[in-house]
Design a protein around this ligand. Structure first.
Ligand code: A3P
Length: 291
């Protein structure tokens, strides 16, 4: 199990999905000003957001059948959805061949992103989720994914989450870093919880940020298509054998089943000490979703 993970600049990554050479080569990726960048810690709902944004983007672009085919074929050649730090070091060469607009997602923290992204070359949508549900979701993921080591117990896992000893590092560290960009004009933050509460309103905010124009009808169609039920039903097709692992419960508040009183207090303290009363804390609505 030890070689299931590797460490790069002090942060763990899964050997099955990435390598130090890939993370090194990432610097060579040329960002385009119309790239759509989606960033979020694992288990914050990144597959969901990715699907929503793909639908929003193509509804705005109104690609012809021919263009749609070209896009699908280019992705086939890439052998995956464009993800910044996934794959072999050659992916950046192959990503050059993708037609615009490219939708590129990442779990990386800001300081590991290609420099031009944060300099404002492209717009970045950052996905947030309350840390308690994120921790629970990641726990099930770790224990169900054959390419990741398993934890003997929730308690053992909880300590690893709190100490950032999981793939892509500490969620708290990532939040602290993203908070520095909260007022950046080319960065917008949205939360899993607000998307759950009102997907249409959430999608309208996303569309406005990326300057996509859609009809009311489009939003309703996409909300239906990207509901948890709809995505879960199609998951064998879209995500193969990982389908059942990626689409688990899709609700807010499942942390209550697993957190002990002491763990609950420990996380409250950690959140208070690291994110405290920042704008990002307000965006997460910790006091609503974690109390
Ligand atoms: P749970 O484990 O709490 O169910 P990621 O895509 O970043 O790996 O995040 C996975 C989490 O998003 C899982 O949370 C999954 O169920 C949830 N999810 C996936 N698709 C969703 C959807 N369409 N609506 C709501 N939640 C979704």
């Amino acid at each position: 199990p030890e070689d299931m993970l590797f460490s790069y600049k002090g942060i763990l990554y899964p050997t099955a999905f990435s390598s130090p050479e890939t993370l090194e080569a990432l610097k060579s990726l040329e960002i385009r000003s119309d790239d759509v960048i989606l960033a979020g810690y694992p288990k914050t709902g990144t597959n969901w957001l990715e699907e929503m944004v793909r639908e929003l983007e193509s509804a705005d672009a109104k690609y012809t059948e021919e263009e749609m085919k070209e896009r699908i074929n280019a992705e086939k050649e890439l052998q995956m959805f464009p993800r910044l730090e996934f794959g072999d070091p050659g992916i950046y060469e192959r990503m050059k061949k993708l037609p615009s607009r490219r939708i590129i997602s990442t779990h990386l923290c800001p300081h590991l992103l290609p420099f031009s992204i944060l300099q404002g070359k492209a717009k970045v949508l950052v996905l947030l989720r309350n840390p308690k549900d994120t921790a629970v979701s990641y726990y099930h993921f770790y224990n169900n994914m054959p390419v990741l080591p398993s934890f003997a117990s929730w308690d053992e896992y909880f300590a690893a989450f709190m100490n950032g000893k999981l793939t892509w590092g500490s969620y708290f560290d990532q939040l602290v870093e993203w908070n520095q960009y909260i007022d950046h004009e080319k960065i917008m933050m949205i939360s899993y919880e607000e998307l759950k509460e009102n997907p249409i309103l959430g999608m309208k905010k996303i569309a406005a940020f990326f300057e996509f124009s859609l009809d009311e009808e489009d939003f309703h169609r996409i909300a239906k298509k990207t509901s948890f039920q709809a995505m879960k039903e199609k998951s064998k097709e879209t995500h193969g054998k990982f389908g059942d692992i990626l689409f688990r419960k899709g609700i807010v508040g499942s942390w209550r089943d697993l957190f002990s009183k002491a763990q609950n207090e420990e996380m409250d303290r950690k959140f208070e000490d690291s994110i405290g009363r920042t704008k990002l804390a307000a965006k997460i609505k910790y006091n609503v979703y974690c109390k």
